[in-house]
Design a protein around this ligand. Structure first.
Ligand SMILES: NC(=O)C1=CN([C@@H]2O[C@H](COP(=O)(O)OP(=O)(O)OC[C@H]3O[C@@H](n4cnc5c(N)ncnc54)[C@H](O)[C@@H]3O)[C@@H](O)[C@H]2O)C=CC1
Ligand SMILES: O=C(O)C(=O)Cc1ccc(O)cc1
Length: 307
């Protein structure tokens, strides 16, 4: 793989930033990697892990002369980062992000982007419940989708360059508008996390079930929920607050469907219960038949493939 960018600035060096750093280095995609993050402790850890070539707590310094800037911070921090870097960006630079919500990130960042830089919002559908620079690993993006949600009049050459970058990481790239992205992700990613946080919270609140029993007898279904519910609280608080409308819409539909199931259970309507469970089982079977690895954290593909 040849060098695609002279200097790449990584703003935020948690799970996603550090995974990008490993792959950029491994694949030789940049001549120089500059790592920036707010917290000196995190920066020190990134340096110990050897994630970059230069390290700074100043995003402004990091983006100077960078051809590609990748912002990997909780979505609620997007505006403050955009404000910080806007005066120091190199003309012609590509600025992208990896945030799990897109309309809000665009609203926060676009107004601060100078006219001579190419701002292309993005979202890799790849991750885990872990966070921080120690959580990253090479190959995270291999075989995963990365969704771009370009704004009006995006330069085609810049778009192609960013697409080649993600393809070099092994990702498949798709494009859609930000509102559509936020709706799809609300159902395939945000709602499952909210449900997981909620069910684990409910189990924790149960007075009749001691904590040790929850741990001792937890079946694999409950354990799957605890993995999601162990995800980073800052990141997921921000997702909830910054994809509010789509999440509330999906939660309303979910609650209606849950009430239907609750009623069927109350009235012993086995046929209704059976019909629902048969329909949902077929969905998983069709994912498996399509050759997709359903056990990997790869929640997005099915819904997106149907688009
Ligand atoms: N965790 C996951 O599985 C995935 C996360 N994302 C998105 O990627 C972004 C980053 O997530 P992770 O890497 O998982 O989070 P993380 O918590 O592991 O890392 C976040 C990083 O941002 C830094 N940071 C926070 N506020 C900052 C600020 N104002 N200025 C500079 N640095 C700041 C933190 O010090 C840390 O280095 C989020 O927007 C998230 O929605 C996207 C796909 C998957
Ligand atoms: O760990 C999991 O199962 C995930 O769902 C990871 C994840 C979290 C947030 C994203 O925006 C994309 C991927």
């Amino acid at each position: 793989m040849s060098v695609q960018f002279d200097r790449i600035a990584l703003i935020g060096i948690g799970l996603i930033g550090s995974s990008l750093a490993y792959d950029i280095r491994r694949l030789g995609l940049a001549r120089e990697i500059v790592v920036a993050t707010r917290s000196p402790d995190t920066l020190k850890r990134a340096e110990e892990l050897g994630l970059g070539d230069r390290y700074t707590t100043s995003s402004q310094d990091a983006v100077k002369d960078a051809d590609l800037v990748i912002v990997s911070v909780p979505v609620g921090a997007s505006e403050s980062v955009a404000k910080e870097i806007s005066g120091s960006l190199k003309p012609g630079a590509i600025v992208t992000d990896v945030g799990s919500t897109k309309a809000s990130v665009i609203a926060q960042m676009l107004p601060h982007m100078p006219a001579d830089v190419h701002f292309i919002p993005g979202h890799p559908l790849a991750g885990t419940e872990k966070s921080g620079p120690d959580a990253g690993f090479p190959g995270l993006f291999e075989g995963r989708w990365c969704i771009f949600t370009p704004v009006a009049d995006t330069d085609e050459t810049a778009l192609k360059r960013l697409r080649s970058f993600w393809e070099a990481l092994g990702s498949k790239v798709d494009e859609m508008d930000a509102e559509h992205h936020d709706k799809v992700l609300a159902i395939v990613s945000h709602l499952p996390h909210i449900i997981a946080y909620n069910i684990v919270g409910t189990a924790d609140d149960l007075e009749t079930v001691t904590e040790s029993e929850v741990i001792k007898y937890s079946a694999s279904g409950f354990r799957d929920f605890t993995r999601l519910a162990a995800s980073d609280p800052t990141m997921w608080r921000d997702v909830c607050l910054h994809n509010r409308d789509a999440i509330l819409e999906m939660l309303a539909r979910f609650s209606e469907d849950l009430a239907y199931l609750q009623r069927a259970i109350r009235w012993g309507e086995g046929d209704k219960i059976f019909e629902l469970f048969t329909r949902t089982r077929a969905i998983r079977r069709s994912i498996v038949q399509a050759g997709q690895d359903v056990d990997a954290p790869d929640f997005g593909r099915h819904a997106l493939d149907k688009k």
